[in-house]
Write a protein that binds this ligand. Structure first.
Ligand code: G1P
Ligand code: ZN
Length: 544
């Protein structure tokens, strides 16, 4: 094998965001762009010689091309072995599972998650570490620093490999195993859930199911697990064929983008459980017959019930949620006498808490839920949790959630996104909010009195690392809250996210409309942020 040392010069924009490096495909296709980033990861890793790495992606446009490049750079950097999902495919949670199971040193995951795919759309790459989770900030900062000074990368001058044939091959000295992308993950799921019970409920028809794969990575996983292994009726998994452009849609599981599923769930033909996952399989949306479960509620309900599922019979050590996620899970943790941690947005912040066995379950309002079984959020896992739960409790999704609200109260919750805002305008909005913070506590706005106002700062309880400026929080004396932050995953302009929540103890009021219940808070968010006025947008682009 001939190793080439190619001269290159740094790109200024290779700073990983909330979840790795995400850019337009066109950016990634610039000569040396991907190569620089991958070599920067190897340089930051130090010695990769002889180590095992995992490689796979969500199958979007440019996935295969990128994989071939990474294989060659890995070989030139002395990697001992690569485990690659057949066809270059691995869902994000499956990649995490494979890294852990095979005790790999880490892995590259190629995905831009829920962002659209295609020649004019998005691509992404991130490095996960030995625990199977996203690299911590110290590492991504080191990669970025390296990318700013890189002058050369190493690449093996070898032909492309066959990504589709299962088995062992060699690239120079490096061993490459093309593995079935589903098997290890499916085995883990079987260990966590009561497959016998779920299967008998599905086969008898007492539970019916529709899972929308949105033409993304979960198609093969959901077909194998839900239809082949558990016996859900053929066709229960829809849009199951992974496509490079996701069929032209946004592979984002929410009521807007998973509209085919949403229509079915609000029709007379609704199955008992409706669910969807995103481009790389880590997000989930849960629905019941004429019922939408907010991700924050889903996390809280799972916290209160997960001990009913075989993998979790010992109960929870603790729970965690990202800061903007509603406080519903906090109430459950208090009732159970366990700790609830509040972390910055992004799954990487859960890694230490999971590794240190401080928590078992964690989640984010952005349709992300997961547990200590892997170190990524896990869409299909969440669906299996709910399937198992409705089978054990023999209740509908809606009844389980309503009963939960009666016991703990309801946190009405919504996120309003303003996408494609000019970066300077978005930064201006955040600066304007930050200026007001010191003067807000004690101020009264209608029935809302501010109890605290700050810019969220997180001190990791395990390694003591500090993350500053993680979003503006304004809390009120009645337990309501609003949070403002800028997205770290977008690829065009800026996205302002406004998170709103209001707590309601009285069950008589639990059936109210969410946006109406939040209307006063929504208006107050505008008064404080001037988001509409400054952006010139009449309303949010997405409401979830
Ligand atoms: C978004 C979500 C965040 C999630 C991330 C990756 O990040 O808000 O919760 O972890 O995608 O899926 P953001 O664009 O807000 O930075
Ligand atoms: Zn995702």
């Amino acid at each position: 094998m001939k190793t080439e040392f190619r001269t290159t010069s740094p790109f200024p924009d290779q700073k990983p965001g909330t979840s790795g490096l995400r850019k337009k495909v066109k950016v990634f296709r610039q000569p040396n762009y991907l190569e620089n980033f991958v070599q920067s990861v190897f340089d930051a890793l130090g010695d990769a010689a002889g180590k095992t790495l995992v490689l796979g992606g969500d199958g979007r446009y440019f996935n295969r091309e990128a994989l071939q490049i990474i294989v060659k750079i890995a070989a030139a950097n002395g990697v001992g072995r690569l485990l690659i999902g057949q066809g270059g495919l691995l869902s994000t949670p499956a990649a995490s599972c494979v890294i852990r199971k095979h005790k790999a040193h880490g892995g590259f995951i190629l995905s831009a998650s829920h962002n659209p795919g295609g020649p004019d759309e998005d691509f992404g790459i991130k490095y996960n570490v030995t625990n199977g989770g996203p690299a911590p900030e110290a590492f991504t900062n080191a990669v970025y620093a390296r990318s700013r000074e890189i002058t050369e990368y190493r690449i093996a001058n070898v032909p492309d490999i066959d990504l589709d044939r299962l088995g062992e091959i060699k690239v120079g000295e490096m061993a490459v195993s093309i593995i079935d992308p589903v098997s290890d993950y499916a085995a883990l799921m079987e260990h966590l859930f009561d497959f016998k019970l779920i299967s008998s409920s599905l086969k008898s028809g007492s539970i019916t199911l529709c899972f929308d794969s949105m033409h993304a990575i979960t198609g093969p996983y959901a077909r194998r697990i839900l239809e082949d292994e558990l016996g859900a009726a053929a066709g229960s998994v829809i849009n199951a064929e992974p496509l490079e452009d996701f069929g032209g849609g946004h592979p984002d599981p929410n009521l807007v983008h998973a509209h085919e599923l949403a229509e079915l769930m609000y029709s007379a033909k609704s199955p008992s459980l409706g669910a969807a996952s995103d481009g790389d399989g880590d997000r989930n949306m849960i629905m019941g017959d004429h019922f939408f479960v907010t991700p924050s509620d889903s996390l809280a309900v799972l916290a209160a019930n997960i001990h009913l599922l075989p993998g979790y019979h010992d109960g929870l050590r603790g729970v965690a949620r990202s800061m903007p996620t509603s406080q519903a899970v906090d109430r459950v943790a208090r009732a159970m006498g366990i700790e609830c941690y509040e972390t910055p947005t992004g799954w990487k912040f859960f890694g230490n808490l999971l590794d240190d066995r401080k928590i078992t379950l964690c989640g984010e309002e952005s349709f992300g839920t997961g547990s200590d079984h892997v170190r990524e959020k896990d869409g299909l896992w969440a669906v299996l949790c709910w399937l198992n739960l409705i089978a054990v409790r023999k209740q509908s999704v809606a009844d389980i959630v309503r009963e939960h609200w009666r016991r703990f109260g309801r946190d009405f919750y919504s996120r309003h996104d303003y996408e494609g805002v000019e970066t300077s305008v978005a930064e201006g909005i955040m600066a304007h909010l930050r200026e007001q913070l010191p003067g807000l506590p004690g101020k009264q706005f209608g029935e809302y009195t501010v109890s605290y106002a700050d810019d969220f700062r997180y001190e990791d309880p395990v390694d003591g690392s500090i993350s500053e400026k993680q979003g503006v929080r304004i809390g009120f004396e009645n337990g309501s809250r609003m949070v403002f932050r800028l997205s770290g995953t977008g690829t065009e302009g800026a996205t302002l996210r406004i998170y709103l929540e209001r707590y309601e103890r009285d069950p008589a009021l639990h059936g109210q409309d969410t946006q109406e219940t939040l209307s006063e808070l929504i208006a107050l968010a505008e008064t404080l942020s001037e988001a509409k006025r400054r952006s010139g947008m009449a309303k949010p682009t997405v409401i979830t």
